[in-house]
Design a protein around this ligand. Structure first.
Ligand SMILES: *Cc1c(COP(=O)(O)O)cnc(C)c1O
Length: 453
């Protein structure tokens, strides 16, 4: 067989349904609770924030959801995305393992996030929403939503974590190119922001704070809704197009994965790649080890507790059962801004509790060491977040070198790092640091997590 390194699908082979894993699990995840009454919430409780089509996807028990034609048309700007066999990296590592990576950096915003921003904008436009508010950390989600809202003619207002607003001016420009307006968070635009700025005018912000601001702005205007780029069931659902395509691509070359690794911030790219493979595993058709890779500075799966907690800092969102470091925990400023979140998707947390996936945490200098090795051999410069997945894939490949096992490793390279040169600069100049575990801070934040009777 010819030496392939890029495995493509035709547009006509692109999956036309998203996959919902919940009906295939031995038990469903615990329901979200109302922040005041602690009773399970119903669809109406979410109506101020999301259009009904998305709320129904959040709670659906159907195994598959059709992707609307208007969404497929926009997906086709960059999908199907390529699957690569990392032959040059394998050679550099001198490993008998095969390493495959599904590359999501080919989207207009440069990451996997448009897989969900596009359907979210579409269902909002269909419901007559005039404006969508959101938060963004490193700027990837904000730019993905700005691109998507531009496709369907809706306004977009973004609260960007102040620290990254200052460090990553190009992401802000990208959002503005697509027509969004952008505020540094905390901002003087909301009650939540003003109260935090009164305590500390130099507050560097966090994802949890920015979520509080975007939610507050959305609930005050009936024509405005809110969108979240990760964590929720419907977001994970939309991302399964990644794994469905990867299954078809691996089938073309006759391989099945022995190990699947993905980076986890809120869990959406990991879920998107792994859930279709987990379906096959639960059906007894393959048996991959499925592993989450989180940053050592924000280790919600490996160091957090499985508890009901808020999704935001101010405690405005419903309570969701998830692995959490406490909603008031602010992770150290690692370069992988997209992984600096105190919680984890309830569905990924549930699957972890069921023993259907495992988790490890890796420090950022090991990640960037791996990223440089990857970029030198494969060419693509990874975003800081998937450097965690790459470092884990390299660990696995080096173990195969020791043991002589010819494992098939699959990972998601969920974004490129073209806007993240400051992070690479910090690494190459020797200024990047690894942060110590902050067990005391985690314990302090966990003490503020509500106790549910
Ligand atoms: C946002 C982002 C992440 C983290 O989000 P998940 O929901 O865990 O996928 C990871 N990588 C990239 C490139 C991102 O933009």
């Amino acid at each position: 067989m010819a030496e392939y390194s890029k495995i493509l699908l035709d547009e006509s082979e692109m999956p036309t349904q998203w996959y919902n894993i919940i009906p295939d699990l031995p038990e469903p995840p615990p329901p979200p609770l109302h922040p005041g009454t602690h009773e399970p919430i119903g669809p109406d409780d979410l109506a101020p924030l999301f259009p009904m089509d998305l709320i129904m996807q959040e709670v659906t028990t159907d195994s598959y959801v059709d992707i609307p034609g208007e969404v497929l048309d926009v997906y086709k700007l960059w999908r199907p995305s390529p699957l690569y066999r990392a032959r040059r990296l394998e050679k550099a590592l001198d490993t008998p393992a095969k390493i495959y990576y599904k590359y999501e950096g080919v989207s207009p915003a440069g990451s996997h996030k448009p897989n969900t921003s596009v359907p979210q904008a579409y269902y909002n436009a269909k419901a007559g929403t005039k404006k969508i508010t959101t938060e963004t950390g490193a700027g990837q989600w904000g730019s993905s939503l700005a691109f998507a809202t531009a496709q369907y003619g809706i306004e977009c207002e973004v609260w960007q974590v102040a620290a990254s607003y200052a460090q990553k001016p190009y992401r802000k420009t990208m959002m503005e190119i697509w027509g969004a307006s952008v505020h540094p968070s905390p901002s003087d635009q909301t009650e939540a922001g003003r109260s935090l700025l009164a305590q500390d005018p130099d507050n560097p912000g966090s994802l949890g704070i920015a979520i509080s601001e975007a939610v507050e702005a959305a609930v005050q205007d009936p024509d405005t809704k809110y969108a979240l780029g990760s964590v929720l069931n419907h977001v994970l659902l939309h991302q399964t197009i990644i794994g469905e395509e990867a299954l078809l691509q691996l089938a073309k070359v006759g391989d099945t994965p022995d190990v699947l690794v993905g980076c986890t911030g809120g869990g959406s790219n990991f879920a998107g790649l792994s859930f279709p493979f987990l379906r096959e595993k639960l059906a007894g058709k393959m048996n991959p080890t499925i592993r989450c890779v989180e940053p050592a500075a924000s280790p919600s799966l490996t160091k957090g507790e499985y508890r009901y907690d808020f999704g935001d800092t101010m405690g405005m969102t419903p309570l969701v059962k998830m692995h959490t470091l406490g909603h008031s925990f602010i992770p150290d400023p690692i370069h992988a801004g997209g992984l600096r979140y105190h919680g984890m998707a309830p569905l990924v947390s549930h699957i972890y509790e069921l023993g259907l996936c495992e988790a490890i945490a890796i420090g950022q200098t090991e990640c960037f060491t791996g990223a440089i090795q990857f970029a030198k051999s494969e060419g693509i410069v990874p975003a800081p977040e998937p450097t965690h997945a790459i470092a884990a894939a390299i660990r696995e490949a080096l173990e195969c070198k020791e043991s002589g096992e010819e494992k098939v490793i699959l990972t998601a390279l969920c974004g490129h790092g073209h806007m993240d040169m400051a992070a690479y600069d910090a690494f190459l100049s020797g200024e990047m640091v690894d942060y110590d575990h902050r067990d005391a801070d985690i314990a302090e934040a966990m003490a503020k997590v509500p106790v549910i009777a």
